[in-house]
Design a protein around this ligand. Structure first.
Ligand code: FMN
Length: 324
């Protein structure tokens, strides 16, 4: 079986899964900038079992991607087990279960962060998944939060249970479900989990640079770090050689990465999806500029990839990407 510790330690700073963002083109630019193996965006187990065309799109990899963790959102072994098997057939090297999604529509159905609230039910689900994956040798991992709310801070209890039932690695985003994304992520929760289990722990939350990733590893002892929002519009966050201090060199570097990203989007996605992703990512690349909201509005009004690109490049030529 793939050693999760070896895989994580080989390139410890990775791109976090982000729905509607971390498809193959974005994972590829992040990887080319130096990110370790990726986790794709969450896939709803029930939807996956009913819609094979969507599955094919969501499980697309890029050539040379190597091991990809595919993440599932679900509430029962009855859907998660067959969905996991389908993902393994589609090429998943690792199955990750999303136990952190705070969205009301997910938790109301017992999915995402709701799994943190019912540890015996979740233990039964993970046990069934572990058993189903044993034959394929595919590791099972989970991504958790610090707990449900301040009255239910049970990351350690969940991590212990997961290790006991045979989960191979854990990612901890230490905010609770009720915190959503508010306040600072309490990294000490990551350190508590690291101290309590032997399986590798990846820390996550508010990391926006390689220096902060190293700090998180030093402060918590985690084996790896996932960067989410800090990589949106800034995939070069993974590159130690990004010339942050040299303005012209940084602008040239960014222009190269953005052009590569857009070419990957256009080359690999169907036209409607390519336009949506071009707009989404160009507006993220424009973030931080003084005129960002105006540029974003113009990008979203564009009718074609060429038009969206012309708006972005025109704005960039006028001002350059503001210091971020
Ligand atoms: C737009 C967006 C989509 C996300 N989608 C997922 C997802 O599909 N699966 C998941 O486990 N976490 C998801 N997350 C949570 C991130 O993976 C990460 O845990 C969180 O953003 C905290 O890390 P950060 O401070 O580095 O952004 C998402 C976050 C954002 C901002």
């Amino acid at each position: 079986m793939l050693s999760m510790r070896d895989l994580i330690e080989a390139a410890p700073v990775r791109l976090a899964p982000m729905a509607s963002h971390t498809n193959a083109p974005f994972r590829q630019v992040a990887r080319e900038c130096g990110a370790g193996f990726s986790t794709n965006e969450e896939i709803d187990a029930e939807a996956l079992l009913h819609d094979s065309a969507r599955t094919a799109r969501m499980t697309a990899t890029f050539e040379g991607e190597g091991p990809l963790a595919m993440q599932l959102l679900g509430s029962s072994a009855a859907t998660l087990v067959p969905a996991a098997i389908r993902l393994v057939e589609a090429g998943a090297a690792i199955i990750d279960i999303n136990m952190g999604c705070p969205a009301t529509k997910a938790v109301r159905k017992g999915k995402g962060a709701a799994l943190m609230r019912d540890v015996p039910r979740t233990a039964a689900i993970l046990t069934a998944l572990r058993r189903a994956l044993d034959g394929s040798g595919v590791p099972l991992t989970i991504k958790i939060r610090g707990g449900w709310d301040d009255a239910c801070l049970n990351a350690i209890e969940v991590a212990r249970m997961a290790e006991e039932v045979g989960v191979d690695a854990i990612t901890v985003h230490p905010r609770t479900r009720s915190q959503q994304y508010a306040g600072r992520a309490p990294w000490d929760v990551i350190a508590d989990v690291v101290r309590d289990v032997r399986i590798p722990v990846t820390g996550n939350g508010d990391v926006t640079s390689l220096e902060e990733a190293r700090l998180m590893m030093a402060q918590t002892g985690c084996a790896g770090v996932m960067i989410g929002r800090g990589a949106l519009g800034r995939p070069w966050v993974f590159d130690a050689s990004y010339p942050a201090q040299a303005v012209d060199a940084a602008r040239q570097y960014e222009a190269r990465v953005i052009a590569r990203h857009l070419a990957l989007i256009e080359g690999s996605l169907p036209p409607r999806e390519a336009l949506a992703h071009t707009k989404r990512h160009l507006s993220l690349y424009a973030a931080g500029r003084a005129d960002a909201s105006m540029v974003r509005n113009q990008i979203f009004r564009a009718d074609s990839i060429e038009e969206a690109r012309a708006v972005f490049e025109g704005a960039r030529a006028l001002e350059g990407v503001a210091s971020r």
